[in-house]
Design a protein around this ligand. Structure first.
Ligand code: GCO
Length: 477
């Protein structure tokens, strides 16, 4: 079959995360999150940037939503800051936090924009980290579920599309193995254990969802980068299989099948790294299955056999210079190599539009679930030119090339629910400050000064607006 256009009700969207845009870090009784404290530790982020003010969306949300309305956006994915709802992670609900998100949701609906809520985009209430070690304690399963149920109850009447954990693979691996995210731990065993607990929390929250929002859909958002063999040498192909198993299946199978993939499990068990499974865990995991798979797609990875027994992963630099691949992960099975067939961004992320089609097809054939692209976009240096214009043709080219591959994937039979660009406005990059810009809307601020936080439409704003108007039919062949 051939298909020349996107489906009728395709969700043309854009996305953000609370910590990266909101600011107002202690406004209206919000409690501190682990990111509020982590970014204050010297040397953790580029020029010591933090989200205290960010792009002050908390105080500009009406303006930002009006811009979305002007663009004709069909969907907007945003995250809720847990510590606005429960400043201490649990206990008394902070009604001021609820009010903020109610206002945001109502404003979106007023502009005919479908709200998509991400329940957790990394900003764990600091109180829970201090009290019991956050994701390393089983206590979090109950607290997370309670927080989620509050959100379902308060917002589920109007919001039907939900994301549980954003990029569990990233916040767990960066938080417990690389140590570049809070809580800054570098310990494989602890990583696998924290990950198992996050899986249980995810499953339980999905299970609860059905009784609150019976007409809604829920799923995780996974940072999916398909693994390629570096060459067609069988050693290289095997290395890619191993990488696919550890980098992707390890995390996604458990969501969809309720079990860990066999080869990886054996490998970890042999080395004493497999997580501790308690009675009832596997039952819960089997019960909390998602309705769709959300993916954040940025890049693929090419893998080679690993003679020196050290796994290499990509690590980005803070300053936008080309980085080197550094060690991380499980030893001995594969190493990541630079794919010489694709270009890279200023932050050394490989640009591979066709990889998105491959990703969508792999998910469809392995999991048989509809897919929502919850993030895709280009982080770049933008230049504010005279007359307040930003000619980000490179961003247009990036998004357009990925959208063309989405259309191909739909033609291949992928059930694609929508496509959210990352991001709507420029925002704080967790580790890279404000110079790494992703938005359709330029925010006039940088690391050194908040300036006036003026919102300026980039060239890509008008381009995406016309794509939405034409339901993607005007994409150049
Ligand atoms: C960054 C990253 C983020 C992520 C997003 C993941 O530079 O900080 O690109 O913006 O893409 O938060 O969900």
């Amino acid at each position: 079959t051939t298909l020349d256009s996107f489906p009728e009700n395709f969700l043309w969207g854009s996305a953000s995360a609370a910590y990266q845009i909101e600011g107002g870090w202690d406004q209206d009784a919000k409690g501190p999150s682990v990111w509020d404290s982590f970014t204050k530790i010297p040397g953790k982020t580029f020029k010591g940037t933090n989200g205290d003010v960010a792009v002050d969306h908390y105080n500009h949300f009406k303006l930002d939503v009006a811009l979305m309305g002007e663009m004709g956006l069909k969907a907007y994915r945003f995250s809720i800051a847990w510590s606005r709802i429960y400043p201490e992670g649990r206990g008394e609900i902070n009604e001021q936090g609820i009010a903020f998100y109610n206002n945001l949701i109502n404003e979106l609906i007023k502009h005919n924009i479908t709200p998509i809520i991400t329940v957790y985009h990394w900003d764990l209430p600091e109180a829970l980290q201090k009290e019991y070690g956050g994701w390393e304690s089983r206590n979090i399963i109950e607290d997370f579920n309670n927080y989620c149920m509050t959100l379902y109850e308060r917002f589920g009447d109007r919001v039907k599309d939900w994301i549980t954990l954003n990029e569990q693979n990233i916040f767990i691996s960066h938080g417990y193995l690389e140590g570049s995210h809070p809580p800054g731990v570098q310990d494989k065993k602890r990583m696998y254990q924290a990950n198992h607990i996050a899986n249980l929390a995810n499953a339980k929250a999905i299970k609860s969802f059905k009784s609150y929002v019976s007409d809604g859909k829920i799923g995780p958002s996974f940072a999916y980068g398909p693994a390629y063999p570096y060459s067609s040498h069988p050693e290289s192909v095997l290395a890619a299989e191993n990488a696919e198993e550890f980098v992707n299946h390890w995390w996604m199978d458990i969501y969809c099948f309720g079990k860990y993939p066999e080869a990886a499990w054996r490998y970890l068990e042999e080395r004493g790294l497999a997580p501790e499974i308690k009675e009832g865990d596997m039952e819960l995991l089997a019960e909390g299955k998602p309705d769709f798979m959300g993916i954040n797609y940025y890049q693929t990875g090419a893998y080679e056999k690993n003679a020196d027994g050290v796994l290499k992963g990509a690590k980005e630099n803070h300053d936008g210079k080309k980085g080197n691949f550094t060690e991380s992960g499980v030893k001995g099975l594969y190493k990541r190599k630079r794919n010489t067939y694709v270009d890279t961004t200023n932050w050394d992320w490989e640009i591979d539009p066709m990889g998105l089609r491959i990703a969508l097809r792999r998910i469809t054939s392995r999991y048989g679930l509809p897919v929502l692209i919850t993030e895709n976009g280009l982080g770049a240096f933008d230049e504010l030119e005279k007359g307040d214009s930003i000619n980000d043709d490179y961003r247009i080219a990036y998004i357009e090339s990925h959208l063309r591959q989405c259309r191909e994937a739909i033609t291949d039979g992928v059930e694609l629910l929508g496509y959210c660009t990352w991001s709507f406005t420029d925002l704080l990059s967790w580790l890279n400050g404000y110079q790494k810009r992703y938005g359709f809307i330029y925010i006039n601020r940088d690391e050194d000064s908040e300036k006036d936080l003026r919102r300026i439409k980039k060239k890509s704003f008008y381009w995406y607006k016309s794509v939405i108007e034409n339901n993607g039919e005007n994409l150049i062949e």
